[in-house]
Design a protein around this ligand. Structure first.
Ligand code: 16G
Ligand code: ZN
Length: 536
């Protein structure tokens, strides 16, 4: 207790205005970096408690604010299998962080240990990393102080992408078991991906150049490092890394990156887009991916998370059928309310696969995807992955092929099982998956975009007095509060063709968001503005 108390004094919490609290939100604690030192210290205490609760398994802590501006930062906890912190524990994090004094912090800490029956004498292990934000340096110092004060063992992996940290947590806990997920090192991550990539591509050709915009974040140096591991004699991959300046923090996520491309629905101004070239953008911590190109006739065309999801579901569905596993494995797709209605139609009606809608936030999608043998989940913003059950992976490995075509399909599925990050959405891994699929299908981005036409849509941010008044049901597709608001939205939607709209409180900002889609661009815009007026 004295060690925690003494350390806590060195990392004070910045008091908020009366009635305000820090909250462990959709992506952990995220805010201006100068508010985060005390919070990060306390997150260290919680991570150690969680490790002890789970019999000393390693817990991860990632310090990043993803696509937010450089002045922000954030801290979130990763569970032993590399997935997000169990939801019940979010309120323990909130309780620790909001303890008003150092003494009360120790009290809350001890109370949590008692209530959760945690033996504070057993070892705790925490592994952590951070993105390229300069503030990360100070925050890991606070984190390490927190871990030391509670006698936790820890490994500082320094600068990493968020999905790499998730990989390291999973490999640490599975090392030496039959479920080993790979070598416990950043190098192991590159080796696993490049080996699986070569195996998935085999003799196929990747046509043309791929230009990757890295949002001037951690994805830049890590992608460049990964590329060194691709054997040039086995795969021709003409890839160019751009917007990879991590030395000037102020350019992070500035006029580039996946969030810019998705929200502005245009390509980054730099480098100037060339017709005929494939582009994709990662976000600041490399867990989101958006593809696009500039068409000489129709201009900018974007392939977002919904497109990646339908591409993956269609390809993996075909492979499963060719492998003769259609009756053995259940494939499903998980989306949020933000998924374009045209993608949902394509998946249910054309691919004939079930789609489940969940609230926003990776933890919700991930959890539901685990209910399938092959669960494809992507948010429209480009965050997602494909999860394979142990039965599925086992079938890919061990099913006796009846023909060369069947063997080919099984080999590709097995390679995808290793290529696709099983812990969380991973822009580098997802990008390699997309490249594999395009090479197998012999498709250009235009071929991919031809599968269905997106409904025109509009997303607006609405400043409201108190966003906490907005409650949703039906996976955020309807408002239950304030009373009467949903009726008004329904009335507005009725006025437009093929229209849909919903409003929800943001989980990461103090505002509401309104989404609208309709048969034409002008109708989508008009509807979004109408609904915005209803809720403001
Ligand atoms: C966070 C979520 C992301 C979600 C976004 C929604 C994770 C790792 N990240 O960035 O999935 O799309 O929040 O933000 O879960 P919003 O609630 O402000 O709309
Ligand atoms: Zn991110």
């Amino acid at each position: 207790d004295t060690a925690i108390l003494a350390a806590s004094v060195r990392h004070p919490i910045v008091p908020l205005e009366k009635g305000q609290f820090y909250r462990y939100g959709t992506a952990g604690f995220r805010m201006k970096a100068d508010l985060l030192e005390g919070i990060t210290f306390r997150v260290g205490l919680l991570a150690a408690l969680r490790s002890r609760k789970l019999n000393s398994q390693a817990i991860g802590v990632m310090i990043t604010a993803s696509h937010n501006p450089a002045v922000d930062n954030g801290v979130k906890i990763v569970d032993p299998l590399g997935d997000m912190l169990e939801q019940d524990w979010e309120r323990y994090a909130t309780a620790l962080v909001n303890a008003p004094s150092d003494e009360q912090l120790v009290e809350v800490y001890n109370r949590l240990a008692t209530d959760l029956k945690i033996d504070l004498k057993i070892p705790a292990k925490v592994v952590y990393g951070r993105d390229t934000r300069p503030s990360g340096h100070k925050l890991v110092t606070a984190l390490a102080d927190g871990l030391q004060s509670t006698n936790a063992e820890y490994v500082d992996y320094k600068i990493l992408t968020t999905p790499q940290l998730h990989y390291l947590v999973r490999t640490t806990n599975s090392e030496g078991t039959p479920l080993s997920y790979g070598k416990v090192s950043e190098l192991g991550y590159y080796e696993k991906l490049s080996e699986a990539f070569v195996r998935a591509i085999r003799s196929r050709r990747i046509d043309g150049t791929l230009v990757v915009d890295c949002a001037n974040g951690v994805g830049g140096p890590k992608l460049s490092e990964f590329l060194k591991h691709i054997p040039k004699d086995k795969v021709n991959f003409d890839i160019k890394v751009v917007n990879d300046d991590v030395l000037r923090p102020e350019v992070l996520n500035l006029d580039c990156g996946a969030d810019f491309v998705k929200t502005k629905q245009r390509s980054p101004p730099s480098p100037k887009p060339q017709p005929g070239v494939r582009y994709c953008s990662l976000d600041g911590d490399a867990d989101r991916l958006i593809y696009y190109w500039v068409d000489p006739e129709s201009g900018f065309v974007m392939l977002d998370g919904d497109r990646i999801s339908s591409l993956a579901a269609s390809f993996i569905g075909e492979l499963v059928e060719r492998a003769g596993l259609k009756d053995d494995l259940r494939i499903g797709v998980v989306q949020t309310a933000y998924a374009n209605g045209a993608s949902t139609n394509y998946i249910t009606q054309h691919l004939k696969l079930p789609v489940i809608c969940t609230p926003t936030g990776v933890k919700h999608l991930h959890h539901v995807a685990q209910g399938f043998d092959i669960g494809v989940y992507f948010e429209a913003n480009g965050h997602g992955t494909v999860l394979f059950s142990p039965d599925a992976l086992n079938a890919f490995q061990n099913k006796e092929p009846q023909s060369p075509a069947q063997k080919d399909a099984l080999d590709t599925l097995a390679a995808l099982g290793d290529l696709i990050n099983q812990t969380v959405g991973d822009a580098i891994s997802d990008m390699l998956m997309v490249e594999v699929i395009l090479a197998h299908k012999n498709w250009t981005l235009r071929d991919w975009a031809m599968t269905y036409a997106d409904l025109p849509n509009r997303l607006v941010r609405v400043e409201v007095g108190n966003k906490d008044l907005f409650h949703t049901t039906d996976a955020e597709r309807r408002l239950s509060h304030p009373e009467g608001a949903q009726d008004e939205i329904d009335q507005a939607v009725k006025k437009y063709k093929d229209a849909r709209s919903f409003a929800r409180a943001s989980g990461t900002e103090n505002a509401c968001r309104v989404y609208a889609e309709a048969a034409s661009r002008s109708e989508a815009n008009e509807l979004a503005e109408r609904v915005a007026r209803i809720i403001e």
